[in-house]
Design a protein around this ligand. Structure first.
Ligand SMILES: [Zn+2]
Length: 177
């Protein structure tokens, strides 16, 4: 089965880091800061309308909140033949499915050297800038995709990355813990 879900960044999936973030002063939400349009990376993308300072909370990853089992049932066929996914694993119980009902964050593309990261807070997922972003720049974060099965070289090739950065690892798949 090739069901794939986006995950929090490799460096910050632990409960501790999530908790410490909740107690931090929250950055301002800059909802009108982004626009969806065609991307050179893949299909549509999300672009900064104006400069976004490092550390800004930009947008929430919204969609239908479902169980892992339900996500697996819904997409086991489609994911077998496509590298594309709009599923985000929040924790062991919940997946955000942005396939049918989702906000603009679902159009943010993957990069191996992204300018944003995903942050979990109280069961919600937010996209925050980890570098200063210029007006007109495309937003990206590391999808860190996880499959049920082993991330074999063949599986990695089936999920190619075209981000084009010097640090590109060649696949959308993340590291299994
Ligand atoms: Zn890449």
């Amino acid at each position: 089965m090739s069901i794939k879900k986006q995950r929090l960044g490799i460096d910050q999936p632990s409960a501790q880091s999530v908790t410490s973030r909740s107690s931090r002063i929250k950055p301002a939400v800059l909802l009108p800061a982004v626009v969806v349009r065609r991307s050179v990376v893949h299909g549509r993308g999300v672009f900064a309308v104006h400069a976004i300072p490092k550390g800004s909370r930009i947008i929430e990853y919204t969609g239908e909140r479902i169980s892992h089992a339900k996500a697996d049932r819904r997409y086991s066929k489609q994911h077998e033949t496509s590298a594309h996914t709009m599923l985000f694993a929040v924790d062991a119980n919940t997946v955000i499915d942005a396939t049918q009902i989702g906000g603009r964050a679902r159009w943010i593309n993957h990069s191996c050297k992204p300018n944003c990261e995903t942050v979990a807070e109280d069961g919600r997922i937010f996209i925050e800038a980890i570098r200063p972003i210029r007006a007109g720049q495309e937003l990206s974060y590391d999808y860190n995709l996880i499959l049920e099965e082993r991330h074999s070289p063949q599986r990695k090739r089936a999920h190619p990355c075209y981000c084009g950065t010097a640090d590109c690892r060649g696949t959308l798949l993340g590291k299994k813990h």
